[in-house]
Design a protein around this ligand. Structure first.
Ligand SMILES: Nc1ncnc2c1ncn2[C@@H]1O[C@H](COP(=O)(O)OP(=O)(O)OP(=O)(O)O)[C@@H](O)[C@H]1O
Ligand SMILES: [Mg+2]
Length: 395
């Protein structure tokens, strides 16, 4: 009896049934297939050899003679984590400390690392760029990056998309029927332009029946500026002949104290959505904390990375719950703009590309506001005039 690289050599028919090998050898995965189908085993007339060939590898508590089978069984179910179970900490080159830094920076799953830029990852986790590249490559192999879908499947999902009325017909028309579910709609503009008012109105409208432009659902509001006012909800609800108290019970508000907290609250919202039919997620404001906490050029990559993660978490929430995501954003002056409006929304390309619809709100005469649709995947640019009155948002 001897060992050979290609697998086991079969026992001699006349010899002892299956003598114990001199030493157990660690097999590579590549060897596995060969173990049970090594040629001599197939032709042998030994009943034991034939049994070995077809029998599944035995479990624990075996006799000495079964030792070979036992080891094969161990190798057949290696202790490597499956793709579904793998976590950031399982990536080569990522120790517990690095994993913690990554999680703190908002990289919570393999996909977020798989799509990260090497420079960004190197910075937040104190890694060299070469190591960061290796980590990203490993994450790409383990992460479920998703597959392709055919147009008809996407069309089917699009058929589920609901539209939530803003309270203004003109604004609804500009948005192609209202604020869409499974998308992020961003409202940006200077202070007092009516962003928070629109968020309050949406929180009331989402509870209304579908025939009235609602989604018959609850709303989660992540309030970063402490501007949620139940009194305002009461005014708007009463204007629509709704029971204000009941309306308030379907609004779940959380104050976010900093950007980190803001990110955690989306996870909480996901938990809440298991209990209630949440059809609207409001973030008012999306960028205020990020803007205040990350000052200066050096922190830009970090800020944009986190903002990106946050927005994608929101999008995932929208997809999972068929909910609309409405976010507000501030503007900053762009001093080098010689022509046109010098104000720009905060958050740069990350927010610009992730928000599906962008609306720019401007104050106009007599309490009117002009909403301009800046970016949409299937609607033309255009403007609508809305009024912010005591009853809420109207034409
Ligand atoms: N009860 C009300 N009745 C009529 N108009 C109101 C009422 N409450 C607020 N407004 C209008 O809404 C404006 C405030 O708008 P809003 O709070 O939505 O601003 P914003 O865009 O969120 O600003 P910021 O960037 O400071 O958060 C007020 O200036 C006022 O014109
Ligand atoms: Mg506001």
């Amino acid at each position: 009896m001897a060992w050979c690289l290609g697998g086991f050599r079969a026992p001699r028919v006349s010899g002892p049934p299956y003598p114990r090998p001199p030493r157990l050898r660690v097999l590579r995965e590549a060897d596995l297939g060969k173990v049970f189908i090594s040629k001599p085993a197939l032709v042998t007339s030994s009943p034991r050899a034939r049994r070995l060939k077809f029998r599944p590898p035995p479990g624990p508590g075996l006799t000495g003679r079964d030792r070979v089978g036992t080891d094969v069984a161990k190798l057949a179910t290696p202790e490597v984590k499956t793709k579904e179970k793998a976590d950031i900490g399982d990536l080569p080159g990522v120790g517990p400390a690095t994993a913690e830094k990554l999680r703190e920076a908002g990289y919570r799953d393999l996909l977020s690392i798989a799509v990260a830029a090497p420079g960004e990852l190197a910075e937040v986790a104190d890694l060299g760029e070469a190591v960061a590249m290796k980590v990203i490559n490993a994450a790409r192999q383990l992460a479920d990056v998703g597959g392709f879908e055919t147009g008809d499947v996407i069309m089917e999902r699009r058929a589920q998309v609901g539209k939530l009325t803003t309270g203004s017909k003109a604004l609804d028309e500009l948005l192609g029927g209202g604020v869409e579910t499974q998308s992020i709609t961003e409202f940006y503009g200077e202070f007092g332009s009516g962003k928070t008012q629109i968020m309050h109105q949406l929180a009331v409208n989402v509870q209304r029946p579908k025939d009235d432009g609602g989604l018959e659902g609850h709303v989660v509001i992540i309030d970063t500026e402490n501007t949620f006012r139940p009194e305002r909800i009461t005014q708007m609800a009463e204007a629509l002949d709704l029971d204000a108290k009941e309306v308030l019970t379907r609004i779940h508000v959380a104050r976010a104290f900093n950007s980190h907290h803001q990110m955690l609250l989306v996870e909480k919202a996901t938990e809440l959505a298991r209990e209630y039919p949440v059809r609207l997620l409001v973030i008012d404001s999306l960028t205020a904390h990020f803007r205040a906490e990350y000052v200066g050029r050096a922190t830009l990559a970090n800020r944009q990375g986190k903002l990106n993660t946050f927005m994608h978490d929101c999008l995932r929430f929208g997809d999972l719950n068929n909910a609309a995501i409405a976010v507000t954003n501030q503007v900053h002056a762009k001093p080098d703009a010689f022509f046109g409006d010098p104000t720009r929304p905060v958050g740069g390309h990350v927010v610009g590309h992730t928000a599906t619809f962008r609306l720019y709100l401007r104050k106009s005469k007599g309490g009117r506001r002009i909403a301009r649709l800046i970016d949409s995947p299937h609607l033309p640019e255009g403007e609508a005039v809305i009024n912010v009155i005591e009853d809420g948002i109207r034409d």
